[in-house]
Design a binder for this molecule. Sequence first.
Ligand SMILES: [Zn+2]
Length: 188
Amino acid sequence: MAKNKKKKKVPQRHGVLVDSFTELNKRHFSGQLEVPTCLRFGKVEKPEDDGHGHYVDTANSLIISLEARAFGPLFYRDALVHEMIHQAVAKLDGHPGKDHDSHFVAHANRIADALGLKHVEAGSRSATQWPKTLRADDYYGAAESQARQQVKWRNPRASTARSAPSGALRSNAPGAHGRTSGGGHGDR
Ligand SMILES: [Zn+2]
Protein backbone atom coordinates (compact mmCIF):
# COMPACT_ATOMS: atom_id res chain seq x y z
CA MET A 1 0.00 0.00 0.00
CA ALA A 2 2.14 2.78 -1.27
CA LYS A 3 0.65 5.62 0.61
CA ASN A 4 0.99 9.08 -0.66
CA LYS A 5 3.38 10.82 1.65
CA LYS A 6 2.54 14.32 0.57
CA LYS A 7 -0.32 14.45 2.94
CA LYS A 8 1.05 16.48 5.75
CA LYS A 9 0.89 20.07 4.56
CA VAL A 10 -2.84 20.15 4.21
CA PRO A 11 -4.01 23.39 5.82
CA GLN A 12 -5.69 22.77 9.07
CA ARG A 13 -9.35 22.94 9.71
CA HIS A 14 -10.77 22.22 13.11
CA GLY A 15 -14.05 20.34 13.00
CA VAL A 16 -15.99 22.36 15.56
CA LEU A 17 -15.02 25.58 13.84
CA VAL A 18 -16.03 24.24 10.45
CA ASP A 19 -19.39 23.20 11.91
CA SER A 20 -19.91 26.61 13.50
CA PHE A 21 -18.77 28.35 10.36
CA THR A 22 -21.20 26.39 8.21
CA GLU A 23 -24.08 27.13 10.51
CA LEU A 24 -23.30 30.84 10.92
CA ASN A 25 -22.66 31.16 7.20
CA LYS A 26 -26.08 29.78 6.44
CA ARG A 27 -27.76 31.90 9.06
CA HIS A 28 -26.09 35.24 8.53
CA PHE A 29 -24.47 35.20 5.09
CA SER A 30 -26.94 33.17 3.02
CA GLY A 31 -24.24 30.50 2.77
CA GLN A 32 -22.20 32.69 0.45
CA LEU A 33 -18.87 32.49 2.25
CA GLU A 34 -16.40 29.78 1.40
CA VAL A 35 -14.92 27.80 4.23
CA PRO A 36 -11.43 29.32 4.61
CA THR A 37 -8.55 27.13 3.55
CA CYS A 38 -7.22 27.40 7.05
CA LEU A 39 -9.84 27.53 9.79
CA ARG A 40 -8.51 26.66 13.19
CA PHE A 41 -7.77 27.59 16.77
CA GLY A 42 -4.30 28.86 17.36
CA LYS A 43 -2.08 31.63 18.50
CA VAL A 44 -3.28 34.89 17.06
CA GLU A 45 -0.05 36.46 15.90
CA LYS A 46 -1.16 39.99 15.35
CA PRO A 47 -4.38 40.39 17.21
CA GLU A 48 -6.47 43.32 16.26
CA ASP A 49 -8.25 45.26 18.93
CA ASP A 50 -10.81 42.59 19.45
CA GLY A 51 -7.95 40.27 20.17
CA HIS A 52 -9.47 36.86 19.64
CA GLY A 53 -9.37 36.27 15.96
CA HIS A 54 -7.56 37.07 12.77
CA TYR A 55 -8.66 36.77 9.19
CA VAL A 56 -6.12 37.06 6.41
CA ASP A 57 -7.72 37.68 3.07
CA THR A 58 -4.74 36.78 0.91
CA ALA A 59 -4.11 33.51 2.71
CA ASN A 60 -7.82 32.81 3.13
CA SER A 61 -6.97 31.95 6.68
CA LEU A 62 -9.13 32.43 9.74
CA ILE A 63 -7.65 31.84 13.18
CA ILE A 64 -9.53 31.96 16.47
CA SER A 65 -7.49 32.33 19.65
CA LEU A 66 -6.87 29.51 22.08
CA GLU A 67 -8.17 31.74 24.84
CA ALA A 68 -11.45 32.15 22.98
CA ARG A 69 -11.75 28.40 22.76
CA ALA A 70 -11.16 28.12 26.49
CA PHE A 71 -14.02 30.55 27.12
CA GLY A 72 -16.41 28.20 25.36
CA PRO A 73 -18.66 28.05 22.31
CA LEU A 74 -20.65 31.19 22.99
CA PHE A 75 -17.46 33.17 23.07
CA TYR A 76 -15.57 31.62 20.20
CA ARG A 77 -18.61 31.67 17.95
CA ASP A 78 -18.92 35.41 18.53
CA ALA A 79 -15.23 35.78 17.66
CA LEU A 80 -15.84 33.65 14.60
CA VAL A 81 -18.78 35.63 13.28
CA HIS A 82 -16.73 38.81 13.74
CA GLU A 83 -13.97 37.40 11.55
CA MET A 84 -16.54 36.14 9.08
CA ILE A 85 -17.65 39.74 8.60
CA HIS A 86 -14.06 40.66 7.72
CA GLN A 87 -14.14 37.80 5.25
CA ALA A 88 -17.48 38.92 3.80
CA VAL A 89 -16.26 42.49 3.32
CA ALA A 90 -13.15 41.19 1.54
CA LYS A 91 -14.63 38.35 -0.47
CA LEU A 92 -18.21 39.38 -1.13
CA ASP A 93 -18.07 43.17 -1.06
CA GLY A 94 -14.63 43.56 -2.58
CA HIS A 95 -13.18 45.95 -0.03
CA PRO A 96 -9.97 45.52 1.95
CA GLY A 97 -11.93 44.19 4.89
CA LYS A 98 -9.44 44.89 7.63
CA ASP A 99 -11.13 47.84 9.24
CA HIS A 100 -14.23 48.27 11.28
CA ASP A 101 -15.55 50.85 8.88
CA SER A 102 -18.93 51.36 7.27
CA HIS A 103 -18.61 48.14 5.26
CA PHE A 104 -17.95 46.13 8.40
CA VAL A 105 -20.66 47.85 10.37
CA ALA A 106 -23.25 47.29 7.65
CA HIS A 107 -22.88 43.54 8.18
CA ALA A 108 -22.58 43.85 11.95
CA ASN A 109 -25.79 45.82 12.27
CA ARG A 110 -27.62 43.55 9.89
CA ILE A 111 -26.63 40.55 12.02
CA ALA A 112 -27.30 42.50 15.22
CA ASP A 113 -30.93 42.76 14.19
CA ALA A 114 -31.11 38.98 14.04
CA LEU A 115 -29.37 38.66 17.40
CA GLY A 116 -31.35 41.37 19.14
CA LEU A 117 -28.29 43.54 19.72
CA LYS A 118 -27.90 47.28 19.43
CA HIS A 119 -26.38 48.90 16.38
CA VAL A 120 -22.86 50.28 16.44
CA GLU A 121 -21.11 53.08 14.61
CA ALA A 122 -18.27 52.65 12.17
CA GLY A 123 -14.85 52.95 13.76
CA SER A 124 -16.15 52.85 17.32
CA ARG A 125 -14.78 50.60 20.00
CA SER A 126 -18.06 48.72 19.94
CA ALA A 127 -17.44 47.99 16.29
CA THR A 128 -13.85 46.93 16.90
CA GLN A 129 -14.95 44.52 19.56
CA TRP A 130 -18.28 43.59 18.07
CA PRO A 131 -20.31 41.81 19.30
CA LYS A 132 -18.46 41.22 22.55
CA THR A 133 -19.14 44.59 24.11
CA LEU A 134 -22.86 44.35 23.38
CA ARG A 135 -23.41 41.12 25.23
CA ALA A 136 -24.60 41.08 28.83
CA ASP A 137 -21.80 40.89 31.38
CA ASP A 138 -22.50 37.30 32.31
CA TYR A 139 -23.35 36.13 28.82
CA TYR A 140 -20.16 34.17 28.24
CA GLY A 141 -19.99 32.65 31.70
CA ALA A 142 -17.58 32.63 34.59
CA ALA A 143 -14.25 32.00 32.87
CA GLU A 144 -14.57 34.96 30.58
CA SER A 145 -15.83 37.39 33.19
CA GLN A 146 -13.02 36.42 35.54
CA ALA A 147 -10.50 37.08 32.81
CA ARG A 148 -12.14 40.41 32.17
CA GLN A 149 -11.80 41.34 35.83
CA GLN A 150 -8.12 40.48 35.73
CA VAL A 151 -7.60 42.74 32.77
CA LYS A 152 -9.26 45.49 34.75
CA TRP A 153 -6.90 44.99 37.64
CA ARG A 154 -3.93 45.14 35.37
CA ASN A 155 -5.18 48.31 33.72
CA PRO A 156 -6.80 50.29 36.47
CA ARG A 157 -7.56 53.20 34.25
CA ALA A 158 -10.13 55.83 35.03
CA SER A 159 -10.71 54.69 38.54
CA THR A 160 -9.78 58.00 40.10
CA ALA A 161 -13.30 59.37 39.90
CA ARG A 162 -14.27 56.98 42.60
CA SER A 163 -12.38 58.89 45.30
CA ALA A 164 -13.83 57.76 48.52
CA PRO A 165 -15.79 59.92 50.89
CA SER A 166 -14.75 57.23 53.26
CA GLY A 167 -14.80 59.34 56.39
CA ALA A 168 -18.52 59.68 56.21
CA LEU A 169 -19.10 56.02 55.84
CA ARG A 170 -16.67 54.70 58.35
CA SER A 171 -18.31 52.77 61.07
CA ASN A 172 -16.69 52.34 64.41
CA ALA A 173 -16.07 48.71 63.92
CA PRO A 174 -13.20 47.82 66.19
CA GLY A 175 -10.30 45.91 64.85
CA ALA A 176 -11.03 46.63 61.24
CA HIS A 177 -8.09 48.96 60.72
CA GLY A 178 -5.98 46.81 58.48
CA ARG A 179 -8.73 46.09 56.02
CA THR A 180 -9.07 47.77 52.77
CA SER A 181 -12.64 48.16 51.89
CA GLY A 182 -14.29 48.04 48.59
CA GLY A 183 -12.36 45.28 46.87
CA GLY A 184 -14.08 43.69 44.03
CA HIS A 185 -16.75 45.99 42.80
CA GLY A 186 -16.41 46.58 39.15
CA ASP A 187 -17.67 49.59 37.35
CA ARG A 188 -20.47 48.00 35.51
ZN1 LIG B 1 -12.16 42.92 13.58
